[in-house]
Ligand binder design. Sequence first.
Ligand code: C2E
Ligand code: CA
Ligand code: CA
Length: 411
Amino acid sequence: TSARNNNFLALIIIDLDEFKLINETYGHAAGDTLLKELSRRLSTQVRKSDIVARLGGDEFGVIINGYKQETDIHILTNKLMGVFDRPIDYGAESFHGKGCLGVALLGPEELPRDAAALLRAADGALYRAKHKGKNTIVYYDQRLGETLQQSASMENALNKAVENNELELYYQPKINSETLTLSGAEALLRWKWTGHEQVSPAIFIPIAERSLSIIEIGQWVLEEACRKMDYWKKKGLNLVPIAINVSPIQLQSSTFIRRVIETLDQYDIDPKLIELEITESTLMEHVEHISDRMNKLASIGCKWVIDDFGIGHSSLSRIADLPISKIKVDQSFVQMAPTSPADKKICSIIVLLAHELNLELVAEGVETLSHINALTLLPQDELQGFYFSKPLTSTDFEVWLQPEQFSQCVD
Ligand code: C2E
Ligand code: CA
Ligand code: CA
């Protein structure tokens, strides 16, 4: 490559979105057709001297070399994204592929230190692109480099978060929509990274998932919630069902089910008091592997809840097939319902759907009375949000569990 170092060189990784969904909906032969056609289209976009390769699964790698100007590379990556524009025919059907691009670019003076570094950069850019949404291109740059470095040090710190006692569970009350009394709570994780400000779970959970430390952290969450419930019970407080967020990575671990059962056993917790929240997108992506595991826990009495419902793309037949007890309407719909007729309509449809399927319902992110009034709720439905309470430390939440407080939490 040194002979060409007055040119630009780029490594581009292309990762398909929703490939599993296409495989599942249309069958594996359709998935193969999609990969073949995309590979063909990619090859037609680049020059003979460039390289297009399948990196395995639903990823392609493209190496382009010998470009004189950076803008040429931008034009080319846009052309590569163009392979997703036209639908792909499959028998009588046709479907649209979608994908994200991560680009690592080396300028004329920059020589790659090693191929692995280039690959890491492109992979980092791709990871960022995936998080931004579908059909996105992200270029690796200085700032992304810093963010990645930051997340690398966070990744290391998260590995020791349990051991260093840096984690804490907060509890956010859930309220029955008719009686306006406490009906349950959601356990929400907080991380006080030693020497830093508290970090939001929205930031650290994805990093913990990527490094798999979420498995240990998730187990800590379950144990801590059970430990607290046991403590509250012994203190004579009223127990309510506690909802725990479960990451798809945890569900993929073969020991997950056994550890949940053991933990409930150890603290003598009635499985009926445990709700497991899983996001809609997770469910749809991994459904074939996890439905058995979900059934196992449902059979002992744990409830499964679909979190952030409405923003993913669920198939209704799937939901009916899985042991789901409850649906949590995503807060974006709840909050937009009073002002946006479209969101109000989606909200009403979700509420109706839940009731029709005999599912319990939680409206999340309730911040004002107008949010509640925009919903058509049934007596058993639940409400959760800042209007009633923010997530509380376990000590503050205990006040909600006092027998005398129990019937007059909200007025
Ligand atoms: P989530 O499961 O959708 O949790 C609800 C989030 O909305 C929480 O953010 C909560 O503090 C916030 N929230 C509650 N009421 C309101 C409201 O009225 N208005 C607004 N604007 N926000 C409200 P939080 O605690 O920052 O958690 C963010 C996300 O991190 C969670 O979203 C969940 O996906 C994840 N998470 C939190 N704890 C855990 C955990 O123990 N395990 C896993 N795997 N994920 C967790
Ligand atoms: Ca949740
Ligand atoms: Ca949610």
